[in-house]
Design a protein. Structure first.
Length: 224
């Protein structure tokens, strides 16, 4: 049976790679994108719903699919206002999970971040942690929360500090053993592939998946 997928954040680094994978995956007959701006040149397989996704509940009637992939995320540099930041990184994923539950969508996969902790004194980590806890409270059958380390990939935006961090991490990665494996650089392609694998094989019993496990799952099964 062919499936329908929803992607939130399809214009971002991981989301754009995920979109490409689903376009080439014959298990999916329809892909729904919810975003502020239209992506030009996509095939008929894709339906685009354009509007203010900070008010995602207005899309409830169209928010129907077999699986939801949430790749939404911003940065402190792009969104310095904490209230707006939280509406994006917390509000959108949690609302998406709420709509998924209400519309009987049984698979919800969201990209969080390493260090997410609802009790953290760091605003970024606390926001991610609060998002995770609220998503889990929706009790969607197949819920997966991915916690990647620093993500490597070709971004449209210029993140100087992140690029410096990538260079430093690449130099010291051979020293990362045991629990330190979670701090190794992870490719956006690996995250996207893991999302596809989880949706189609349920290859993990864990709900919260650390970075090194994301790498492992990305290698297990490839698209049909």
């Amino acid at each position: 049976m062919k499936k329908t997928a929803i992607i939130l954040g399809a214009t971002g680094l991981t989301g754009s790679i995920l979109l490409e994978k689903l376009l080439n995956d014959n298990r999916y007959e329809s892909i729904k994108l919810f975003s502020r701006k239209k992506i030009e040149g996509l095939p008929k397989k894709v339906q685009q719903f354009i509007g203010n996704i900070l008010e995602l509940e207005t899309f409830k009637d169209d928010f129907k699919a077999d699986e939801v992939f949430c790749c939404i995320g911003t940065t402190v540099k792009k969104t310095p206002n904490k209230e707006t930041y939280k509406r994006i990184d917390f509000g959108i994923p949690v609302t998406a999970a709420k709509l998924s539950k209400e519309n009987n969508i049984s698979t919800f996969i969201v990209v969080s971040a390493m260090g997410a902790n609802e009790k953290s004194t760091v605003f970024y980590n606390r926001t991610k942690g609060e998002m995770e806890q609220n998503v889990l409270l929706k009790n969607i059958k197949n819920t997966y929360i991915l916690r990647p380390s620093i993500i490597e990939g070709n971004r449209n935006e210029n993140r100087i500090l992140e690029k410096i961090g990538l260079v430093v991490l690449k130099l010291i990665q051979p020293l990362f053993m045991g629990k330190l494996k979670n701090y190794k650089i992870i490719k956006a392609e690996e995250i996207a592939q893991t999302m596809v694998n989880l949706a189609n094989s349920k290859v993990s019993e864990e709900k919260i998946i650390p970075s090194n496990k994301i790498k492992e799952i990305s290698k297990k099964i490839k698209n049909n």
